[in-house]
Design a protein around this ligand. Structure first.
Ligand SMILES: [Zn+2]
Length: 304
């Protein structure tokens, strides 16, 4: 409850707390409200406007207020509010890493120590795996992912309690980056490392499934355009298709035409990756609805 109250204070909302101390009531910041019709549940941080503005979490309210220009654009604010709403675990222990060792399979695929260093990825001597640190959008280290040796299953292990679906890998670096914001959206963190080395501004959704909050984090990065780079399989095609439906609302959206011979962006040589064709999402979607099988090809316009 205190956390939610802190968040409300940060937002500058003034109101009254109900006698049972579970609710906060104030005028709605989303419409011209004269009689308080806005309630916030102090246990969950969920808000409701009874006059029709809808409901959501406080950090979503922050993003909405920024979108409308009612709050100064400050991407860190939404994260701060979110952390106040409910704690993201940060009490994991960073494994001991060796930065001058790498799995042979990584070297074989063309990864370099410079590429690893740019993402603070190191070799975990104890687990004999590569450890990929994961941060929130405001740069707080909240855990990480181990990529195990090729013959080990599962391929990836997460630190305990890693809120995978609430994080956008590499968002904090993209946030700080200068230049045109054509943001490539990928599934895996290593795709992101590879694409960044090729010259992309890239983020990863930590899997082919994503949620609304991750899409909002992407929106907060203010992309000039969004490029969808899901894997060349059924899950990747669904990733592109579903994500594009949402990103179209805030940025011109394209689908990266990954050659059908490649399984994902990591299969595309660094020298040609940046030059790959970007198909306008609407064209891509049209081809999908016309019945081109996307289950087998992430990019249905590729007729090779
Ligand atoms: Zn309202």
């Amino acid at each position: 409850m205190t956390r939610v109250l802190d968040a409300l204070r940060t937002l500058g909302l003034e109101g009254v707390i109900s006698t049972d101390r579970h609710w906060f009531r104030c005028c709605c910041p989303l419409h011209d409200d004269r009689s308080p019709s806005f309630s916030v549940n102090l246990d969950s941080g969920h808000y409701y406007c009874y006059a029709g503005c809808g409901n959501g979490k406080l950090h979503e309210l922050v993003l909405e207020l920024m979108r409308r220009g009612q709050l100064d654009f400050d991407p860190n604010l939404s994260t701060r509010i979110e952390l106040q709403e409910r704690e993201i675990r940060v009490d994991f222990k960073m494994p001991k890493l060796n930065y001058s060792m790498m799995l042979g399979s990584f070297l074989h695929r063309g990864f370099t120590f410079d590429m690893m260093r740019a993402f603070e990825i190191g070799y975990d001597i104890e687990l004999k795996s590569m450890f990929i640190p994961v941060h929130t959008i405001d740069g707080r280290l909240v855990g990480g992912i181990w990529r195990q040796r090729d013959y080990e299953l599962p391929k990836y292990l997460n630190t305990q309690g890693l809120p995978r679906q609430e994080l956008l890998f590499n968002a904090h670096r993209v946030m700080a980056a200068q230049g045109k914001r054509d943001i490539l959206c990928l599934e895996g963190p290593l795709d992101c490392v590879w694409a960044s080395a090729a010259g992309y501004m890239a983020v990863a959704f930590l899997g082919s499934k994503f949620n609304e909050h991750q899409v909002r984090l992407l929106e907060v990065l203010k992309p000039d355009s969004v490029i969808l780079g899901g894997d060349n399989d059924a899950a990747g095609a669904t990733f592109n298709h579903k994500l594009g439906q949402q990103t179209l609302a805030f940025a011109p959206t394209y689908v990266l035409n990954v050659p059908t011979s490649a399984k994902d962006v990591q299969d595309v040589p660094l020298s040609t990756l940046l030059g790959l064709e970007r198909i306008p999402y609407l064209l891509y979607a049209l081809q999908v609805t016309r019945g081109v099988k996307v289950g087998e090809h992430g990019a249905p316009s590729d007729t090779k």
